[in-house]
Ligand binder design. Sequence first.
Ligand SMILES: NC(=O)c1ccc[n+]([C@@H]2O[C@H](COP(=O)([O-])OP(=O)(O)OC[C@H]3O[C@@H](n4cnc5c(N)ncnc54)[C@H](OP(=O)(O)O)[C@@H]3O)[C@@H](O)[C@H]2O)c1
Length: 363
Amino acid sequence: MSLPSKMKALVTVEDHQATVQEVDVPTLDADEILVRTLAVTINPTDWKHVAFISGPGNRVGCDFVGVVEQLGSSVRNSSLQKGDRVAGFVHGGKEPERGSFAEYLKTDSKIVAKIPDNVDDLTAAALGIGGETAVQALFHRLNLPVPDFSNGAVPVKDDAQEVLIWSGSTTVGQWAIQLAHLAGYKVITTASPKNHDLLKSLGADDLFDYRDESTPEKISSKYPKLSKALDCISENGTQQLCVKSLGQGGGEVVVLLKPDKEAIELRKGEVKIIHTLAYTALGRPFNYGKAVYDQATVEADSKKMQEWLNGDKGHFYTLFKQGLLKGNRTKEMQGGLEGINEGMKYLQEGKASAEKLTYRISS
Ligand SMILES: NC(=O)c1ccc[n+]([C@@H]2O[C@H](COP(=O)([O-])OP(=O)(O)OC[C@H]3O[C@@H](n4cnc5c(N)ncnc54)[C@H](OP(=O)(O)O)[C@@H]3O)[C@@H](O)[C@H]2O)c1
C-alpha cells in the first residue's frame, strides 16, 4: 500500500487552541522513521504547550505507539524494519512537522523502543514521556547504577539503597516505582491512600499520604540514610517536602519543574536540587523559556537514553519482553484525534488520579 500525502493531525491555532486539520504527511531526514500512529496518550506538557507555549501552526502531542512505515535514507538503527511496532515520544507543540497527535509522525530511529507482542498498544503508548523521564531522573540525574536486566529483576535486599518517589501515582511516579523496584532499590512513596494498593502492586515498599503534614518528618526519621528523591509534582511546595524528607546526611532531589528558591535555601549545602527535562533525551537542541539546551547537552542525554531504547537492544524491550513492566494504569478515551481536546481539559483541571488517558488513532 502506498503512503498518502495528506493526513489528519491536531494543530495549534490562534488564541491558544488546537483543532484537527488536514496537513502533509511528514517528510523524513536521513536518520528518521515514519510511524503510522496506533495510539497516543496525553501528558500535562501537551495542554501546557497549547495554552502557554506554542504559536499557531504546530502539531501537538508527544507520546505514541505505532508501526514503522518508512525508513529514512541512512537510518543508523539497523535493528528496525518496516512493520515493527515502536513507542517513544516526540517534542510536540514546537515545530510544524513534529507531533504525535496525528495519523503519521516522524522521529529519530534510535530513540524508539521496539514493543514485543506481549504488550498491548495502550500500555506501550504511555512509555514515552513517563518512562523516559523516570529513567532520566533515577539513572541519569540521581546516578543510581543500572543493573543487567537480561536475567530478570534484581531482588530488593533488606539493606538496599532507598529512593523516595514523591507522588508515586503520577504518570512519571508509576514508571519510577517500577524501574527502581526492578533495579533492586527500596521504594518509599507518597500518594492518596486510595492509590496505595496500586502502587504496592507496582513495587512500592513503603507508602505515605502526601496530605498528612507529618509525612516528611515520618520519612526522615524512619529512613535516616535516605539520600535520593524524585519529586514527581515539583510545585506548590512539594520540593520543600522532599528536601525535608531526606535523612540527616542530606542528598539530592530531582525535580520536574523549575527548582523552587525556598527549597534550595532550606538545607543549602546539604541537599542539592537537580532539574531534569525529558526533551533533552531526543537529541535535538531547543530553547525552553530562557533556558538553552545546546547540541552537546542533548547529544549526551540522548546517547544515555539509547541504552533504554534503540529498537530491541534497550532495557525497555528486555523488561517488557520478560513481562516485568506494567506501565501506567490506562483509561481508554473515545473520539480519536477529535477527542483529545477534551482529554487535555480533564488533565488541566487536575481530574486525573493515577490514570493515563489514551486514545486509539488507527488499527
Ligand atoms: N521535566 C519533565 O521532563 C517532565 C516530564 C513529565 C512530567 N512533568 C511534569 O510533572 C508534573 C506531573 O506530570 P504527570 O503526567 O506525571 O502527572 P499526572 O499523572 O497528571 O498526575 C496526577 C497525579 O498527581 C497527584 N497529585 C496532584 N496534586 C498533588 C500534590 N499536591 N502532591 C502530590 N501529588 C499530587 C495525584 O495523586 P493522587 O491521585 O494519589 O492524589 C494524581 O494521581 C506536570 O507538571 C508535568 O508537566 C515534567
